[in-house]
Design a protein around this ligand. Structure first.
Ligand code: NAD
Length: 293
């Protein structure tokens, strides 16, 4: 079992750290929000991100966005300086490919992986996340047993940044799928078809998707979905909008037209402007129902 420094104990990080402890690892944890550590019983309360990294065999970050990751790893008094020469460094946040490659390049020859996840808060709690990993074969082999304590599917996608590339493609598909799933439920309402009937058919037919069967955007058919708790995240619309922006930037850089991804970004930007940023991304159904999409 390893000594693990864990930084970022939000909706995802806290349950992931809990699963590491459950697997027998010794976790030293830090979050800028002072109360966040209470969500990880059994963790040592580190005084800073650098303190969590110091003396750790494995260092994991689960932070909101690229700038947070750059600051935490590379900023003054950052974790890169604090982590030991043989430490394995893993960033699980969803960030842009360039930032992932920059932080990896600054790791001073240490094993550094970008390892963003899919599966949402429920997957983080159940330890069933999918990890998409970018980095060397050797680093991946070291990380696999640690990631297996938090996830079920661990995929080595390629070199530095490849995990983030997979994640951006995944979330662009997810956002467009969720948007059209919401449209279908609203259309069904207008056509006099019950939510349950639409769910019973589509969850067992060719329209089946994770957006439908795990994050069903209407209350009822999937009792654990955010729709049953007034769209409390879950996966916030603000984070989804961030990911869609990263996907569009990457598509532009690569010279690839992704009109459905662009339309999804436009939809979620308008949802944020209307005050939906702190809601789960499935909450966009309310805007669609109001005819404002
Ligand atoms: P969150 O906002 O709930 O948690 C982020 C945490 O990081 C917060 O507690 C914040 O206080 C902390 N933090 C920010 N800067 C810090 C710093 N410098 N040092 C220490 N702590 C710091 O976000 P989340 O939902 O847990 O998501 C984390 C990442 O995982 C994001 O990149 C997101 O896109 C990705 N993700 C989220 C989900 C989901 O369903 N929520 C699913 C897959 C991937």
């Amino acid at each position: 079992m390893a000594r693990i420094g864990f930084v970022g104990l939000g909706n995802m990080g806290a349950p992931m750290a809990r699963n590491l402890i459950k697997a027998g690892h010794e976790v030293s944890a830090f979050d800028l929000a002072p109360g966040a550590i209470d969500g990880v019983p059994g963790a040592r309360r580190a005084a800073s991100a650098a303190d969590a990294a110091q003396g750790a065999e494995v260092v994991v970050t689960m932070l909101p966005a690229s700038q947070h990751v750059r600051d935490a790893w590379l900023g003054a008094g950052g974790m890169m300086a604090a982590a030991g020469p043989g430490a394995l460094l893993i960033d699980c946040s969803t960030i842009d490919v360039t930032a992932a490659r920059d932080v990896a390049a600054a790791s001073g020859g240490r094993d550094f992986l970008d390892a963003p996840v899919s599966g949402g808060v429920m997957g983080a709690e159940a330890g069933t996340l999918t990890f998409m990993v970018g980095g060397s074969d050797a680093a991946f082999a070291r990380a696999k047993p640690v990631l297996e304590a938090m996830g079920r599917t661990i995929v080595h996608c390629g070199g530095p940044g490849a995990g983030q590339a997979a994640k951006l493609c995944n979330n662009m598909m997810l956002a467009a799928t969720m948007a059209v799933t919401c449209e279908a439920f609203v259309l069904a309402e207008k056509l006099g078809l019950s939510h349950q009937a639409l769910f019973d058919v589509t969850s067992k037919s060719s329209a089946q998707s994770w957006a439908l069967t795990t994050y069903c955007p209407v209350p009822g058919p999937v009792p654990g979905s955010p729709a049953n708790r007034d769209y409390k995240p879950g996966f916030s619309a603000a984070l989804m909008t961030k990911d869609l922006g990263l996907a569009q930037q990457s598509a532009k850089d690569a010279g690839v037209a992704t009109p459905f991804g662009a339309h999804a970004l436009d939809l979620y930007r308008r949802f944020l402007e209307a005050g939906g940023g702190t809601k789960d991304f499935s909450g966009v159904i309310e805007m669609i129902r109001e005819g404002k999409a």
